[in-house]
Design a protein around this ligand. Sequence first.
Ligand SMILES: Nc1nc2c(ncn2[C@@H]2O[C@H](COP(=O)(O)OP(=O)(O)OP(=O)(O)O)[C@@H](O)[C@H]2O)c(=O)[nH]1
Ligand SMILES: [Mg+2]
Length: 269
Amino acid sequence: MGYAQLVIGPAGSGKSTYCYNLQQHCESIGRSVHIVNLDPAAEDFKYSVAIDIRELISLEDVMDELNLGPNGGLIYCMEHLEENLEDWLAEQLEDYLDDDYLVFDCPGQIELYSHIPVFRTFVDQLRRWNYNVCAVYLLDSQFVSDITKYLSGCMASLSAMVQLELPHVNVLTKMDLVTNKKEIEKFLDPDTRLLIADLNEHMAPRFAKLNKALAELLDDYNMVNFLPLDIKKENSMQYILSQIDNAIQFGEDADVKIKDFDPENGDSD
Ligand SMILES: Nc1nc2c(ncn2[C@@H]2O[C@H](COP(=O)(O)OP(=O)(O)OP(=O)(O)O)[C@@H](O)[C@H]2O)c(=O)[nH]1
Ligand SMILES: [Mg+2]
């Protein structure tokens, strides 16, 4: 059984930075992770890359040779990946052990998750190869400055969740930049009734029914729940990782091993 995180979220939300900080954190606790770059437009990374989509296809080449713009080019690249999962990706993954932990740093274009099936195909293939996969959806705390933006961020996350059908963890990034912590904290685990009240206050009365329906939708999917990520605080990443591990049952075998050697039940010397 392998384990994987699919790190997704809007452009600039902090996905690559998250991957780097996760790698640093894992190094510091002596745990192994391998970061896979799935962004064909990426230029350089701070993390060490285990597998790189740019060895299969690069956005620059596609744009030059096929005369495509950056967005069309990206879709072309991702569809090319989709067609090459069983040869290229399979071959790349052969270098990793069955129980390795992979982290996929994905591109930020939202249409990749809502309009075309590439990530759904990708995830289905990983599952066939026996990976437990968790979607980690990052949203920039700087973007969540008011309730309507927050709600639109939640909706984009929900759309990815419905499309991918994976265990799903939402993360609010760049908390180190937040000056008014109280203002943001209300978005981490809010009461949807308060959200509606807040929305109604800011919007014309004719939106009241829509606001109520949106809040109920979030409630039904248990969606409104974000873990704060402050890269300046070590325990912040540690907590997020523990939640994700839990979602993909990583470490349960290790728990069994620890219990086997529980000094209270084992031999004493
Ligand atoms: N202060 C601070 N800056 C951050 C943090 N995360 C990301 N940034 C900055 O935000 C910008 C975008 O970060 P990236 O990690 O490249 O974001 P991304 O989601 O990978 O972006 P794309 O791959 O283009 O979609 C960079 O300038 C980062 O330095 C954070 O936690 N704190
Ligand atoms: Mg990136």
